[in-house]
Design a protein around this ligand. Structure first.
Ligand code: CUA
Length: 325
């Protein structure tokens, strides 16, 4: 999609049986804690189940009249089984707290490079410091990064398994997440909060660039409106900004009407009127989607006011003209 030099995928062999590859500075610590809690739980599960089975067999009633005098309590045992779990829980809290503060604490990422993240049904978009918006997250390797997340509609959650980090994107407020990528490559991004019909398709990727390549990528990617014919740029924007999550271009049904053959045609509205889908109607539908809703559809589209520039809307209109048939 974007013009980048080929990215070597990190070999799968580096992923363990349990875990994906460790590609951030905090991944190893997070995995150690997971392993610690997992094996601790496995040990006590085996111990308790084993003793229960042993005692059931060993102390079963052999004679119908046999009624033993059992001990009513044992102070030493009771202290032991209270103090040991308490110590373990405090240890887990302590390790977690130290690791957690390294990820999100006030000194987690001083002078971090900030990228904006917007969750919207059902697409992640990433806004770079120069204003360029992409549907993939691109970051330089070994650089403290800060993501500032928000949502246009419902709660989403940005989850990067290879980095062992996850953060909710909440409408009406900003949340932050920090990381430092340690391995160049491409890793999957999920939405980890159920957000409606296409939640499971709300995927993206993070591309970790080798030193010096991120800056080149950003300059090249930012210029696409100047370099591509408007219709091609419009096609790119159509996918990149999430239009394609709801509007098909092949006539298939979606959350929104298909845009195949729409430009230049008469569209029936929920009010019973009809409207000609010309440049002005398309522009209005992008900036003020609730103004004229097509019959049979819910008024659920978010506004793109302030998110698409006039030039970008123009490019999208040029693209729509190419899918008339
Ligand atoms: Cu967005 Cu699930």
């Amino acid at each position: 999609m974007s013009a980048t030099s080929p990215m070597p995928r990190v070999p799968l062999a580096e992923a363990s049986f349990w875990m994906p590859v460790q590609a951030s500075q905090n991944a190893a610590a997070t995995d150690h804690l997971f392993q610690f809690i997992f094996w601790l739980s496995a040990f006590f599960f085996a111990l308790i189940m084993g003793l229960m089975i042993l005692f059931v067999l060993k102390y079963r009633r052999r004679d119908p009249d046999q009624l033993g005098e059992g001990p009513s309590h044992n102070t030493a045992l009771e202290v032991l089984w209270s103090v040991i779990p308490l110590g373990l829980v405090i240890a887990i809290f302590g390790i977690s707290f130290v690791d957690f503060m390294k990820i999100v604490g006030p000194n987690a990422a001083p002078n971090a490079y900030d990228i904006g993240v917007t969750g919207q049904k059902w697409k992640w978009t990433f806004t770079y410091p120069n204003g360029y918006v992409d549907d993939a997250l691109h970051v330089p390797v070994d650089t403290p990064m800060q993501l500032t997340l928000s949502s246009e509609d419902v709660i989403h959650s940005l989850y990067i398994p290879a980095f062992r980090i996850k953060q909710d994107a909440v409408p009406g407020r900003f949340t932050k997440m920090f990381f430092r990528a340690t391995e160049p490559g491409e890793y999957v991004i999920f939405c980890a909060e159920y957000c409606g019909t296409s939640h499971s398709a709300m995927l993206s990727k993070v591309v970790v660039h080798r030193p010096g390549e991120y800056e080149k990528w950003l300059v090249e990617a930012s210029n696409f409106l100047d370099k591509m014919p408007p219709a091609d740029a419009g096609k790119k924007l159509f996918t990149q900004r999430g239009c394609a999550s709801c509007h098909s271009v092949d006539g298939a049904a979606g959350t929104g009407p298909t845009l195949k053959g729409v430009f230049g045609s008469m569209q029936p509205l929920t009010t019973g009127q009809k409207v000609l889908a010309d440049e002005n109607y398309i522009r209005e539908s992008i900036l003020n989607p609730q103004a004229k809703v097509v019959a049979g559809f819910e008024p659920v589209m978010p506004t793109f006011q302030g998110r698409l520039k006039d030039r970008e809307i123009g490019a999208i209109i040029e693209y729509l003209k190419t899918i008339k048939q």
